[in-house]
Design a protein around this ligand. Structure first.
Ligand SMILES: NC(=O)c1ccc[n+]([C@@H]2O[C@H](COP(=O)([O-])OP(=O)(O)OC[C@H]3O[C@@H](n4cnc5c(N)ncnc54)[C@H](O)[C@@H]3O)[C@@H](O)[C@H]2O)c1
Length: 510
């Protein structure tokens, strides 16, 4: 009897006979008169209902304008063969799940079957194939719903204001982690691109949310997403993106250390980036940090603004001329930095897994990491964050450093074990530090925390240390770099839309 209900139901039609047999054993019949309330909004819920006949109404309370009272309004109707409450039993903490809506038997009453969440979970735990079936069926439902949403959105956008087809192909992009500069710079350039007579129309929407496993679902109906340095596209997130129909991740930065490339490849999602926007911007900012730390510019400026024009040893710096400066990572940014350093008249030591003739021709000498640590008065970290470079500066490096060294990091926070850095500063091994990046910056950077308490004690240790000068990932932030970021991102999206993939797609990672 119970199995017959499942067999007739469109909702359960895609499950195997074995699954239906086991589920039928858990179903408890329940006849309900008209108006019977199965569950109240906000009540604990640990079962789901399968409707055999009649209808159930799902209602939600809403406060009526001008009154104190909550008035229920109907959200939807659950008809024969359908299910309500099913997702509640899939929750991680089932006993804490509360009903989102009130469920009431409709006109003429309803015959429903109740399935206990605990029993259903036990059934799935005892047979892993059952769990996989649930995942498969729900995923297919999500995918087909996505397709419907996508086709509706496509149709909407393919028609211009007069209702005629534009004949242009359309690519819809959701831009995550949007701060004001992103919208202000992307919008006019996207508009100019769309008016340039190309066959492609780019529709870019913006969200302030950062990408993570929860916000990935906002991408439903989008072909592409545009990400920045602190968006996380790990395996779980990419799985959701794939289900949402996303086919392209367009990084509006060079680094891609928060993107799981392997999973993206598995799901056939292409990743493009902006490999170089302005290496000058970053190299020049690194120098700005060095000079700020060395010549105590923030402290001096604050003092002068307070009309205190005195000088004392706390403002004492050193000439860079004649000092030994180490550059670890001599790629695009590192090489520009090397050129600037030679302008100071400093001795240049370099470390990289690939040696550059250009650096050697400027008078730079490649040495081991240990020689950099031992000899350098200033060390710049300019390599990408990779498993091999993570925590390059750590506690075991501290005893190898020249006493009083100034450390500058504009690359990625993870290159430094920040607790070791704090220890190095407190023990005077490290004389000063300029940071544009921080290991756990994802929780704080690009947000206003001035009115809130920062609970990250390592970050507060850095902020409270007057030998540390810190900026919030702004080394790239020049007009030239931003223009390049935006134009290259649009170009990358345009290239993708022509069907180029893999190595043929310029600036692609996969
Ligand atoms: N703060 C910012 O605003 C900002 C902006 C752009 C880039 N960045 C960071 O700067 C980094 C460097 O950028 P780039 O354009 O010069 O990159 P790049 O790829 O041109 O150069 C990186 C260099 O690091 C070297 N390298 C790789 N593995 C190494 C290792 N294990 N040890 C030593 N060297 C190693 C490479 O050989 C290469 O020469 C980027 O990875 C990015 O994380 C920061």
């Amino acid at each position: 009897m119970a199995k017959a209900v499942l067999e007739k139901s469109q909702y359960w039609a895609n499950y195997s006979g074995a699954f239906q047999d086991d589920l039928a054993k858990l179903m408890v019949p329940c006849d309900s008169p008209e108006g019977h309330i199965f569950i109240n909004e906000g009540d604990r819920i640990n079962s789901f209902l399968i409707v055999e006949s009649g209808t159930l109404y799902r209602t939600k309370r809403q406060s009526e304008e001008g009154t104190e009272a909550d008035v229920p309004f109907q959200i939807d109707v659950v008809g024969p063969g359908s299910v309500t409450g099913f997702l509640h039993v899939a929750g991680a903490s089932p006993h804490e799940e509360v009903a989102f809506a009130t469920i009431v038997a409709g006109t003429g009453g309803a015959r429903v079957w109740e399935v206990s969440g605990d029993d259903f979970r036990k059934m799935c735990e005892s047979n892993s194939m059952h769990s996989l079936e649930v995942v498969k069926v729900l995923s297919n439902r999500l995918r087909s719903t996505t397709k419907i949403v996508r086709s509706i959105v496509d149709k909407y956008h393919d028609e211009d204001e007069n209702g005629s087809s534009t004949k242009k192909s359309l690519i819809k992009v959701l831009c995550y982690d949007t701060t004001s500069w992103v919208k202000e710079t992307f919008e006019p350039q996207v508009k100019a691109f769309n008016e340039s007579g190309k066959d492609l129309m780019v529709k870019m929407d913006f969200t302030n949310d950062r990408l993570n496993a929860h916000t990935a679902r906002f991408a439903v109906g989008y072909d592409a997403i545009c990400l920045f340095v602190n968006d996380t596209a790990d395996a779980g997130t990419i799985t959701v993106l794939s289900m949402c129909g996303v086919k392209l991740i367009a990084m509006r930065c060079a680094g891609f250390d928060r993107v799981d490339i392997k999973t993206a490849k598995t799901f056939g999602i292409s990743i493009v980036r902006v490999p170089a926007y302005s290496p000058y911007a970053v190299a020049e900012h690194a120098i700005a940090l060095l000079m700020s730390v060395n010549r105590r510019i923030p402290a001096a400026s604050t003092r002068v603004k307070m009309a205190d024009f005195t000088l004392d040893s706390s403002l004492l710096g050193m000439d860079i001329h004649g000092k030994t400066v180490g550059v670890m990572g001599t790629g695009q940014i590192g090489q520009i930095l090397c050129r600037i350093i030679t302008g100071f008249g400093a001795n240049l030591l370099a470390y990289d897994v690939f040696e550059s003739d250009a650096v050697k021709n400027m008078g730079g000498k490649y040495v081991t990491q240990e020689e950099i640590y031992k000899n350098c008065d200033v060390i710049f970290l300019m390599m990408p964050l990779l498993p091999a470079t993570k925590h390059t500066i750590n506690t075991s490096v501290l005893p190898l450093l020249k006493k009083g060294v100034i450390l500058i990091n504009t690359s990625r926070g993870g290159l430094i074990d920040t607790s070791a850095l704090v220890t190095g500063l407190q023990s005077d091994i490290i004389g000063g530090c300029g940071l544009d990046v921080y290991e756990n910056e994802g929780d704080y950077f690009f947000q206003d925390w001035s009115g809130k308490a920062i609970i990250d004690s390592t970050l507060t240790a850095l902020l409270g240390n007057n030998r540390v000068v810190m900026t919030a990932h702004q080394a790239f932030f020049t007009r030239e770099a931003i223009d390049k970021i935006v134009s290259t991102t649009i170009e990358n999206i345009d290239n993708f839309s022509t069907g180029l993939r893999g190595k043929d797609l310029p600036n692609s990672i996969c």
